[in-house]
Design a protein around this ligand. Structure first.
Ligand code: GLA
Length: 476
């Protein structure tokens, strides 16, 4: 058996199913965006390999909250949520018999500031609302989101990320809480138990309440996570600790990770690995082999612990394929996942499957010297080394009332060059605009005119660039 076989890049649809491999151990999940599901090879891979899904972004407050409706409602304490953006993900899960991790109810990030401001003001200088008002806003938000989702999708959600990242990431800070968070600034540390108390009221049978954070197994952060979890546990408020597991080749030490799992398990809590990816900057064979070894070591540890009886519920990967990983855009490029941009299995997939061909160590291996077949990218020189470009396109579709609006303004960022075509109503019709995207790490803006049309139309953006990110698209 040759190590080169691990680089043969078989289609995700032709390799053994991850979820079946681990079906007696834990759920295997992926974080996804509705736009990816229109790529048939992505939808196939999601169905084949994953028993749990979550939304990369479309369950977050900034996506679900409706500012205008909230202001118009006249209420000071009940914001208006619309679950429409998450429906494609929920419907997909329901159709395919998958379970859902809901991410996330309470988080300082990706929650608009107006949610914390007096009179829901979107003026960035507006004073924050009083603790009394925020307590009610928090309770109503949790009650409304949980009851709406549970009513429309009974039995689908198995875990709620009730609070995400309440702990200060700077280990030298005095306070263990993230004091700059608007939640902390309005309610102090009590926002955490308050959120869990409220979620307890609305959780349906079989659902677990989770505190989720990154670097849970980093020795200088673990004691703070334990302290917070113990406080919640003393009141019987928490069921699960979410280890985000955004990790690297060298951190954390898996012995620390295992010790943290054992600690929480001994408290009677379950463990979920909620956002796993392993940041690596290289698509080259050596780096990708190291990635495979790291995935193998991780999954082997998790399976060993599970088979020893430790309550590990699920392992969720943060994304589906390298081309759309958030890490592409955050200090990218990065190639952190199991599948490439053409939805083909990378060596990392074989690692996660505990394939015996994955070696113990990466030193002195006779690796293939080409990078081309295994990652699915064309490598383009950019003057500073190489930068990658993905071959596949994906779609974003918006239904817009075009009356009187002819101009579209698209803020974006991208880690490499690519193309964007725009179609009206039919993705197969000739594009009405075809634009080049320049690499724009710090962001850029495109603007162009729509054909003169009125009434409601689907405006479809077809993108061919890894981790191309939109800001808020404006129609003027
Ligand atoms: C955090 C959040 C996730 C996601 C990732 C990066 O871990 O919990 O929702 O935003 O960062 O994309």
């Amino acid at each position: 058996m040759s190590i080169h076989e691990l680089f043969s890049a078989p289609a995700a649809s032709d390799v053994a199913s991850l979820k079946e491999f681990y079906q007696d151990d834990f759920l295997i999940g992926a974080a996804i965006a509705p736009a990816w599901m229109v790529r048939p090879e992505c939808a196939d891979a999601l169905r084949r390999h994953f028993s749990s899904i979550t939304a990369e972004n479309c369950m977050k407050p900034e996506v679900l909250l409706n500012h205008r409706a909230t202001v118009e409602s006249g209420s000071q304490t009940r914001a208006v949520f619309d679950i429409a953006p998450m429906r494609p993900v929920m419907d997909f899960a329901r159709r395919n018999g998958q379970k859902v991790r809901f991410h996330v109810l309470v988080w300082h990030n990706q929650t608009p500031r107006w949610f914390f401001a007096e009179n829901w003001s979107d003026n960035p200088e507006a004073p924050l609302a009083s603790a009394e008002v925020m307590r009610e806003r928090l309770k109503n938000a949790i009650a409304d989101e949980m009851t709406t989702v549970n009513a429309e999708y009974p039995g689908l959600v198995y875990a709620w990320d009730v609070v995400n990242e309440a702990i200060e990431p700077d280990h030298n800070a005095k306070d263990m809480y993230r004091t700059k968070s608007c939640w902390y600034q309005t309610l102090g540390e009590e926002f955490v138990p308050l959120a869990f108390r409220c979620a307890r009221k609305y959780q349906a049978q079989g659902q677990k309440l989770c505190y989720n954070d990154f670097n849970v197994a980093q020795p200088n952060k673990t004691p703070w996570v334990i302290k917070l979890v113990e406080k919640l546990h003393a009141e019987g408020l928490i069921d699960t600790v979410g280890f985000q597991t955004h990790i690297g080749l060298d951190y954390p030490d898996f012995a620390d990770y295992e010790a943290a799992i054992r600690h929480f398990a001994a408290m009677g809590l379950t463990i979920q690995s909620t956002e796993m990816d392993i940041r690596v900057g290289g698509a080259d064979p050596l780096t990708q082999m190291k990635l495979a070894i790291r995935y193998r070591d991780y999954f082997a540890m998790m399976r060993r612990l599970r088979r020893e009886g430790l309550p590990i519920d699920s392992i969720t990967l943060w994304g589906l394929a390298d081309d759309t990983s958030w890490l592409m855009g955050w200090k990218g490029p990065s190639y952190p996942l199991l599948f490439d941009g053409l939805m083909r299995a990378k060596p990392a997939y074989f690692g996660a499957m505990l394939d015996a061909r994955v070696p113990e160590v990466s030193e002195e291996l006779n690796l293939p010297d080409t990078v081309e077949p295994q990652v699915g990218f064309d490598l383009l020189p950019d003057g500073k080394g190489t930068i990658s470009r993905v071959a596949m396109a994906y779609f974003v579709q918006m239904n817009v009332d075009l009356n009187g609006k002819t101009r579209v303004i698209v803020p974006y960022s991208s880690v490499c060059d690519g193309t964007l075509t725009l179609h009206l109503d039919d993705v197969h019709a000739e594009p009405f605009a075809a634009l080049s995207l320049q690499k724009a790490d710090k962001g850029a803006t495109l603007s162009f005119d729509l054909p003169a049309q009125s009434g409601r139309h689907d405006v479809i953006f077809v993108i061919s660039a890894p981790a191309f990110r939109f800001g808020t698209i404006l129609f003027q």
